[in-house]
Design a protein around this ligand. Structure first.
Ligand code: EPZ
Length: 431
């Protein structure tokens, strides 16, 4: 975080019930698709070009992690070109890795390539306990030894990783991606059973397959990967970052709340089917085109229940934004967060803004609407709840100030410019 960002906040004038947002918003490349794909550069002894990479803080930290490893990161007219030929060891920079959970995806390719990886317990958003047991246990099943020394994990596999059958007890996006990359350089065949089916996993798998990795079962819960026994991939390759489905869903929610007519372009509608289904059920008017969606706010929204679920279910990353929407819907809505146990911590602020929300367990909420929200001074607790606060401030009566916006910049590219472009009064202010 730069000095400046530490002292920046957003000031938002709420629309107070008006449905006036309109125009076009283009969706950026997906954060959660770009991060593992950038880590996959470690599997190559050739430059890899990445297009449509979002200009967000987590991506900048990932470039820094790569540079700390002695990779070169070059911005060109075609995109970002990463070459990892000079990387000589698997020691992840602790300062960056501790602050960004997604850094854990580097452990798979680094361990497979250097037979050793050293990293701290990965940090990230404050959304509950985020264990790494699936990673460690799977590496052990592939022949590695795990040691905890001082504040770091040291994982070694002096003879290289060996293919194994990995039955994941829970579907984990990052674990699936990490193990898929580890398996690409292992000897023999790895089967990942109960693999996550999130689109970001499939985008990575298709990219690896295009680069020469033998991989089947893409898009299913069983992935089969045959490794090269340490031989790096040498074909120069390009990864086209797909559009961000969470940003798409967030603008759909904002549009359903307060847009006269909002065109969301450069998106993949098929990846947001579950949010579209819930929003339509709540009354939003949504038209789907090939790579764009048009959303209009209805006269009145109706309460619906939402249960977060692994893909293709309703994404946990849209849980906070949809709670804001449901605070404006008639009747009662029930929310059940099934993925993370600590992801409802932001609701106190919504209650202070006037939402009628009752926490009935650490995973469940009851919402009664509609209640007009009032502007407030807020602190963004994490990427997704931070965006939910922007949405809440946009529909509130009066002015809101949102602090700690580095956490929002971690995941959204120029968010205030996009919102200004569709008619919201939002400013980034430096103190
Ligand atoms: C990914 O996190 C995303 N992050 C998250 O996005 C997203 O919320 C999450 O998937 C769920 O969709 C990235 O892709 C970088 P998981 P991940 O492992 O992979 C448990 C955002 O704001 N688990 O799929 O870390 C875990 O506790 C973020 O962009 C273990 O038990 O999530 C959870 O209950 C935040 N042991 C469940 O699996 C492990 O070793 C699913 O989490 C690993 C995970």
């Amino acid at each position: 975080m730069s000095e400046n960002q530490q002292h920046e906040h957003f000031v938002i004038e709420g629309l107070a019930g008006k449905r006036t947002l309109s125009g076009t918003v283009a969706i950026a490349g997906s954060k959660n698709a770009a991060l593992p794909a950038l880590a996959a550069s470690v599997l190559f002894d050739a430059p890899v070009t990445y297009t449509h990479v979002p200009h967000i803080e987590d991506v900048k930290r990932t470039y820094e992690l790569l540079e700390q490893l002695d990779a070169t990161v070059k911005q060109t007219d075609d995109g970002v070109v990463i070459t990892t030929s000079a990387v000589g060891n698997g020691r992840l920079d602790a300062g960056i890795a501790e602050r960004m959970r997604a850094s854990v995806v580097f452990t798979g390719p680094l361990l497979a390539r250097f037979r050793e990886v050293t990293f701290p317990h990965p940090g990230g958003c404050v959304i509950g306990e985020r264990p790494i047991d699936l990673f460690l246990e799977s590496f052990v099943r592939m022949g590695a030894t795990v040691e905890e020394r001082d504040d770091v994990y040291v994982i070694t596999a002096p003879k290289g990783l060996t293919g194994a059958t990995l039955v994941l007890p829970v579907q984990s996006v990052t674990a699936t991606e990490t193990l898929m990359m580890a398996a690409a350089l292992a000897s023999g065949t790895t089967i990942i059973s109960n693999a996550a089916m999130e689109p970001e996993v499939s985008h990575l798998a298709r990219f690896l397959k295009g680069a020469g990795v033998s991989i089947s079962g893409i898009g299913t819960p069983t992935l089969t990967i045959t490794g090269t026994d340490g031989v790096l991939f040498t074909k120069p390759h390009t990864y086209e970052t797909p559009p961000d489905r969470i940003e798409t869903g967030s603008f759909l929610i904002l549009g359903a709340l307060c847009a006269d007519k909002l065109h969301i372009t450069n998106c993949l509608p098929e990846e947001v089917r579950a949010p579209i289904e819930r929003l339509r059920r709540a009354g939003a008017v949504i038209e789907i085109e090939d790579t764009s969606i048009v959303v209009q706010s209805p006269e009145a929204l109706q309460g619906v229940s939402v249960k977060t679920h692994e893909y293709p279910g309703f994404p946990t990353d849209l849980q906070a934004p949809i709670v804001v929407l449901l605070s404006q819907a008639e009747g009662e809505s029930h929310i059940f967060e099934t993925i993370f146990e600590g992801r409802l911590h932001y609701v106190d602020d919504l209650i202070q803004m006037g939402a009628e929300v009752r926490l009935i367990s650490d995973r469940e909420l009851l919402i009664h609407g509609p209640q007009q929200l009032s502007g407030r001074i807020l602190k963004s607790p994490d990427i997704r709840a931070g965006l939910a606060f922007i949405i809440a401030a946009s529909i509130a009566e009066g002015t809101s100030q949102i602090y700690d916006i580095y956490s929002i910049d971690r995941g959204y590219e120029h968010i205030e410019k996009k919102l200004q472009g569709i008619g919201l009064d939002i400013r980034r202010v430096s103190e």
